[in-house]
Design a protein around this ligand. Sequence first.
Ligand code: ZN
Length: 348
Amino acid sequence: MGNTLWSRAAVAGPGTETTSARGTSAAPDDKEELQDASLEIVVLGTGAGTTHAFSGEPSSSFVVLKGGKPVLWCDVGYGTTYACMQHVGELPKHIYVSHNHGDHAGELPVVLAVEKKAAAAAGLDPPYLYCHPDVMAEVRQHRLRELRSTGEPQELFSTFRETLPGCTTFIGDTGLAVRPCLSRHSETCYGFVLYDEEGEPVLGWTADSGYDEELYGDVAEAAVLLLDARAEGSQEHAGFHELPRIAALPYMSGKTVYITGYGRQDEAPGREVVEGLGMRVAQPGLRIRLQGSAGKQAAGKQAAGKQAAGKQAAGKQGSAGKRAGDTAAEAPAAAAAAETAVAVNQAA
Ligand SMILES: [Zn+2]
């Protein structure tokens, strides 16, 4: 079953979405798939600060896959490790943390402790941690303090890589790179722009942020954007009522925008609302194909026809979700199928 999913992902066109419903089977390891340079992300969760503690749903997080292989885990908040095993089948060895809130970094100490041990047993390096220098200092001082109980220095648990502002930092030998983008948040927080092997921007992510045109302009270097918004906005989180303003920003034209960070699945913005703005809703298990330079021409055409194709896309997404959700017992209507598959994922 795993192979079927990965194979389909590898041949899917740019902008294609599917919803995964994986068990804990291993990630693909056959050579053909590793040579594939296709990029996509798998959304692990959309939770806010209280979400996992009170509902059990995973915090906001996603994994970048290259050629079907998980290479970069973005935010390691409460509930995301289990979600990562569920949707991706393994934990990527490269980890980017946007800020030190529990719903973005809460599981980092235990992940480093366990993965370091497993890596050592296999003769491999411990995980690599990427953060803006200010965030790195906060994470190491406050979050990773509990590693003291091991009696070992922090340096044994991770290779710490600071992502300097205005610079791109390579993610190991993946060929991918990130450039941190300052968000508007109570804690020092940086989203990023992700670049492919050719240096083309493929994903812009705000991480947690209040409405911030400078940030939106910054991440809009990429064609696919992951933005933070929730029902009730504040200084540190954009609100759904601000989505029309964001959609109307000149540099948002032609972008594929996903909303995340809204909390539980029943707190998601109405599909009809976001699609009217040309936006989409991220949900656990959703796989989003990223476009590199190769997909650029197609992207231009796609963007032009995007609004008109909105309704069609909703139907398509639904049926893709239904196919992917191979454990889904029923999918009552095409438009709701993706959500059905997600519910099954969470129950799994
Ligand atoms: Zn936060």
